[in-house]
Design a protein around this ligand. Structure first.
Ligand SMILES: C[S@@+](CC[C@H](N)C(=O)[O-])C[C@H]1O[C@@H](n2cnc3c(N)ncnc32)[C@H](O)[C@@H]1O
Length: 301
C-alpha cells in the first residue's frame, strides 16, 4: 500500500469534483482530439476519470490509470464499474492485460453518449519518466499528487514531456500551503509550520516540494515552451464536512508531532481543542489547492 487509504480517497472525491477550476478543465478539453488517449498519473482508484470524463465533451475516450499501489489499482475497475452502473451504463468484465498474472486490467464502459476504454498500469513514478511513454497520449492528468515530488523530479518529468512533443497537461488539486481554521487558535501557526515541514520530507522522489510544487512546475513548464495557467481549487469545509475536518485535524496533528516531537504536547492540546470546537458546531476549514493547466505554446514561423 502507498499509504493513501481507500476510505480517504472516497471521502475526498466529491470535494475535489466540486472544487476544480472549471475554466481550466474546459480549456484542457478544447485542446484534445476527437478520441483522446489520456494518462492519469497517481490515479488511485480512478477518481479523476469519474470527475472529468463526463466533462470533457469527447464521446470516445481512452484512459490509462497509472499508479504504483497494487491494492488501489486492483480496486479501480470495481469503483469505476459501480460508478458507471449507477448511471445505467453497460460495463464489460475486467480483462487481464499483458502477460497472464499481470496486475494490469482493462474495462470498457458504454453510456448513451460516452464510451470509455479504461486500463490500469502499474508503474513507479520515482523511476525513469522515459518509461512513461508520454508520446502515446493526447493529454496527461494528475490529481493530488504533485506535493510528493521533488525539484529534481520536476526537471526529469518536464524533459520527458518536451521529448514527447509537449502534450497538454491538467494537474489538479495540488495543496499550496494556504490553510485557514475558523475560529483561529494561537497554535494554528505552530502546527501548520511543523506540518508543512513534514510535507517536505522525501516520499521517494527526493525532498518533496510540498506547497511549492505547483509554482515550481509552472516555472519549469514555462521554460520548456508551455503556456501555463494556475487557478485556485480550494476546499471550503463546513458543517457538512465534519468527518473530513476531523480526519484533517488528526492528520495535521500526527504529521506535525512527528516533525517536532519537542512540541508534541502543545500539538496534542491543539488537536483536542480543535476537535471540541468541531463537535460544538460552527468550525470551518479552508484548504488552499491549485490547479495547473499547461498547453504547448504555438511555434512562431
Ligand atoms: C492523494 S492520492 C490521489 C489519488 C487520485 N489521484 C485521486 O485524486 O483520488 C496520491 C496517489 O499517488 C500515488 N503515488 C504515490 N507515489 C507514487 C509513485 N511513486 N508512483 C506512482 N504512484 C504514486 C498513490 O498511490 C496515490 O494513489
Amino acid at each position: 500500500m502507498s499509504g493513501f487509504a481507500l476510505d480517504w480517497l472516497r471521502l475526498r472525491e466529491p470535494l475535489d469534483g466540486r472544487s476544480r477550476a472549471t475554466a481550466l478543465v474546459a480549456d484542457f478539453a478544447a485542446a484534445l482530439p476527437e478520441r483522446p488517449a489520456l494518462l492519469d498519473l497517481g490515479a488511485g482508484t480512478g477518481s479523476t476519470l469519474r470527475q472529468l470524463a463526463p466533462r470533457l465533451g469527447r464521446a470516445a475516450q481512452g484512459w490509462t490509470l497509472l499508479d504504483n499501489d497494487p491494492a488501489l489499482l486492483a480496486q479501480a475497475p470495481r469503483e469505476i464499474a459501480d460508478w458507471a452502473a449507477s448511471r445505467g451504463w453497460q460495463v464489460s468484465d475486467p480483462q487481464v492485460l499483458g502477460q497472464p498474472g499481470s496486475d494490469d486490467a482493462g474495462i470498457a464502459l458504454r453510456g448513451p453518449d460516452l464510451t470509455l476504454d479504461v486500463e490500469t498500469r502499474r508503474f513507479d513514478l520515482t523511476g525513469d519518466p522515459a518509461g512513461l511513454a508520454l508520446g502515446r497520449y493526447d493529454g496527461i492528468l494528475a490529481s493530488a499528487l504533485l506535493d510528493l515530488v521533488s525539484a529534481a523530479w520536476v526537471g526529469r518529468f518536464v524533459a520527458a514531456l518536451a521529448a514527447a512533443g509537449r502534450p497538454p497537461l491538467l494537474l489538479g488539486l495540488t495543496v499550496d500551503g494556504r490553510v485557514a481554521f475558523t475560529p483561529p487558535l494561537d497554535d494554528d501557526a505552530l502546527v501548520l509550520a511543523c506540518f508543512h515541514g513534514h510535507m517536505r520530507r522525501d516520499k521517494g522522489f527526493g525532498p518533496a516540494l510540498g506547497p511549492a510544487a505547483a509554482a515550481t512546475l509552472a516555472g519549469a513548464l514555462d521554460q520548456a515552451g508551455y503556456r501555463v495557467a494556475l487557478a485556485p481549487s480550494d476546499w471550503c469545509l463546513g458543517a457538512e464536512e465534519t468527518a473530513v475536518q476531523r480526519l484533517m485535524i488528526d492528520g495535521y496533528a500526527r504529521s506535525a508531532g512527528a516533525q517536532d516531537p519537542a512540541v508534541a504536547g502543545r500539538i496534542g492540546a491543539w488537536a483536542g481543542r480543535r476537535q471540541a470546537l468541531l463537535q460544538a458546531g460552527g468550525a470551518a476549514l479552508a484548504v488552499g489547492h491549485t490547479d495547473l493547466l499547461a498547453l504547448p505554446r504555438r511555434q512562431r514561423c
